[in-house]
Design a protein around this ligand. Structure first.
Ligand SMILES: *[C@@H]1O[C@H](CO)[C@@H](O)[C@H](O)[C@H]1NC(C)=O
Ligand SMILES: *[C@@H]1O[C@H](CO)[C@@H](O)[C@H](O)[C@H]1NC(C)=O
Ligand SMILES: *[C@@H]1O[C@H](CO)[C@@H](O)[C@H](O)[C@H]1NC(C)=O
Ligand SMILES: *[C@@H]1O[C@H](CO)[C@@H](O)[C@H](O)[C@H]1NC(C)=O
Ligand SMILES: *[C@@H]1O[C@H](CO)[C@@H](O)[C@H](O)[C@H]1NC(C)=O
Length: 465
């Protein structure tokens, strides 16, 4: 919320001023201009006084803002937000977007909803993904349950809507092998270690089991695939998730630690954003890469299990995953509080001079006009999708966004107006691979680079919409 390094802030404006005085045109841009080390600007006395006054002004403003923030409001909001499940692409998820938009409109914001149709992944509602141990005749002698124990402390929550544990984007299929390899955390060092003690080619055709943690789970799957494994099993090791012991009195609901049926949900996609529209927004009219052989999608099934079950995997193993890829629509919600100055009006602020190193490496003094950076939005965001009720990840963030919206709205009503436009963003489908926010940026990258005109044009024609 603070202005950060003030000198840098003003100095980047100098860079802009110089660029503009050369080109004479105003180019709207989101990107931070390249910092030019050759510029050595010291404020003159008059400007310095102005900067100090601004500093005091901002400090007072921050205090006013904090006075209005109410922890009870955040708590209330979090409670509300965690009443329903928020799996991206579901009806509940869409309803949440609509509710957020309605509430932020009530706060006085100009709110828009931005839908994108993106490739998501869902487990089969009727068939849980399982890991089984079979005997020589193929008869199942042990099978994982494919669900978690539900601790219905809060009896009214729609537990039936919680999606069964699955690893998003892991393939639909059954992997079977007589070889189960334990590869620690499945980091590249772990595979190197294995390579030192055995013939690593033996991993081909095996199922690998490793612990969650240390690296992104999608990279674990990437390594498993690279070494020729046909399936991957992940579990939360008690050393990381139940360090005080695994007995009932040491785990949830008697302690904060994970019980033996607990599962970590997550995605194994190895890119950010929609994998079918890489670098482009997933709008209706966009070309989509085929799903078959898409380099960002995993090629083997993978599934997480509870550590209680991980203990029991001893002989030959079969892993069945019934996940499916589906194109679904997700919605970012963006609330705008237009700035009084930026973006929109090109305001010159101070006149001063700068010392610039010229080609001959001599220092030259040049006159500059200092502009405050004009074509920037301040974006404040959190994602509202979640694997389940999402009270921590990221209901806590969304509840805070609500409070910011409420307080900015109330300050705006009592006369304060921000200089820069503020955007409060509720991002969609983060859990699947930071999808909502990436699509949003991809939708704007082109426009913001290509349009040459006033920032008023950008404002009207969609740099924020
Ligand atoms: C998993 O365990 C729960 C609770 O013990 C039980 O109700 C359910 O039927 C089991 N599901 C499977 C597929 O075994
Ligand atoms: C874990 O064990 C330590 C040592 O016995 C204890 O102080 C601590 O409270 C325990 N933590 C939890 C969350 O139960
Ligand atoms: C996908 O890759 C496989 C193996 O390289 C190849 O045989 C197949 O033709 C590819 N399919 C498509 C649709 O490109
Ligand atoms: C998953 O694979 C099975 C067997 O290969 C197939 O019958 C089923 O239709 C597939 N499901 C989806 C959702 O693609
Ligand atoms: C801010 O105030 C303007 C009028 O001054 C009003 O039109 C707008 O809706 C307000 N926005 C918010 C978020 O309160």
């Amino acid at each position: 919320m603070t202005c950060g390094n003030r000198l840098l802030y003003v100095s980047s404006s100098i860079v802009i001023a110089i660029i503009f005085s050369i080109t004479g045109i105003l180019i709207g841009r989101f990107a931070i201009p390249r910092w030019n080390n050759n510029i050595n600007w010291k404020p003159t006395a008059q400007v310095a006084v102005q900067l100090i006054n601004d500093e005091i002004f901002l400090k007072n403003l921050a205090e006013k803002f904090l006075d209005r923030v109410d922890a009870n409001e955040i708590e209330k909001k979090l409670k509300q937000l965690s009443q329903r499940t928020h799996l991206a692409g579901t009806d509940d998820d869409r309803d949440e977007a609509i509710d957020i938009a309605r509430k932020w409109r009530e706060y006085g914001f100009d709110v828009t909803i931005h839908p994108y149709q993106v490739l998501l992944s869902y487990p089969d509602l009727t068939k849980p993904n399982t890991v089984s141990v079979t005997n020589e005749n193929g008869a199942i002698i042990f099978q994982t349950n494919g669900s978690e124990t539900i601790y219905a402390e809060d009896g009214n929550l729609p537990f039936n809507k919680i999606v069964k544990p699955f690893l998003a984007y892991s393939t639909n299929g059954t992997a079977e092998s007589k070889k189960l390899y334990y590869v620690n955390y499945c980091t590249s060092e772990d595979f190197q270690m294995l390579d030192a003690i055995m013939d690593i080619a033996d991993l081909v055709g095996s199922i690998i089991i490793c612990r969650f943690g240390r690296i992104y789970r999608g990279n674990k799957l990437g390594f498993a695939q690279q070494y020729g494994a046909v399936g991957l099993i992940l579990y939360n090791d008690p050393i990381d998730y139940a360090p005080n012991g695994t007995s009932k009195d040491k785990t949830y609901p008697n302690s904060i630690y994970m019980p033996d049926t607990g599962h970590q949900r997550g995605s194994v996609l190895t890119t950010n954003g929609d994998p079918l529209t890489k670098n482009y927004p997933a709008t209706d009219y966009m070309y989509r890469n085929p799903i078959v052989n898409n380099t960002y999608l995993p090629k083997i099934p993978a599934q997480q299990i509870g550590y209680g079950e991980a203990r029991r995997l001893l002989s030959s193993i079969r892993l069945s995953s019934y996940n499916s890829l589906q194109l679904r629509t997700v919605h970012n919600v963006i609330a705008l509080l237009p700035g009084t100055v930026e973006p929109g009006i090109f305001a010159s602020f101070y006149r001063d001079y700068a010392e610039v190193e010229n080609r001959q490496k001599n220092t030259e003094r040049i006159d500059v006009k200092l502009f405050f950076v004009i074509d920037r939005y301040v974006l404040i965001g959190s994602h509202f999708d979640a694997w389940t009720f999402g009270s921590i990840d990221d209901g806590s963030g969304t509840a805070v966004s609500f409070e910011l919206a409420r307080v900015f709205g109330s300050m705006n009503r009592s006369g304060w107006k921000p200089r820069r436009s503020l955007m409060i963003c509720a991002w969609a489908a983060e859990e699947y691979g930071i999808i909502g926010s990436v699509e949003f940026v991809e939708a704007r990258a082109g426009i913001c680079e290509d349009i040459i005109g006033t920032s008023r044009l950008l404002y009207q024609y969609g740099c924020y919409r």
